[in-house]
Design a protein around this ligand. Sequence first.
Ligand SMILES: [Zn+2]
Length: 145
Amino acid sequence: MLNNAFAERLKQSVQNFAHCHLSSIFGKIQFKNDMTQTPPCIKCQSAVTYFDGSLFHCTECFHEWTQEDMDAAENSAKVLDSNGNELFDGDDVTVIKDLKVKGSSMVVKRGTRARGIRLSADDPTHVQAKVDGQTIFILTEFLKK
Ligand SMILES: [Zn+2]
């Protein structure tokens, strides 16, 4: 029985090793892709872009940007709902709490479906949504997809 336990532990550690190994290969593939493909333009989303060694250039709107700009955009632009799912322009969401709309007598009831949300560029904690024909801003922590 002792041998069995030992064999089991060995198998486990081999699996752990295999897992680490796979991840590092995957990391390398990712890296290779990053080197050969330039990302879409962060301004106009055009796919026709090139990298000159320090700056990315867009051939359509002539925007120039750096890797740092892209990292910053990635980190700041994520808008998450109450479950941590990323929200995008045009998503339909459900309100999970009764919400009083500031500056009006309107109350958005829990379970209300808000269609076609718009993200705001400078505030990832709110989205713009149309409810009962009114455009309102809702805290994303009270929304779910
Ligand atoms: Zn562009």
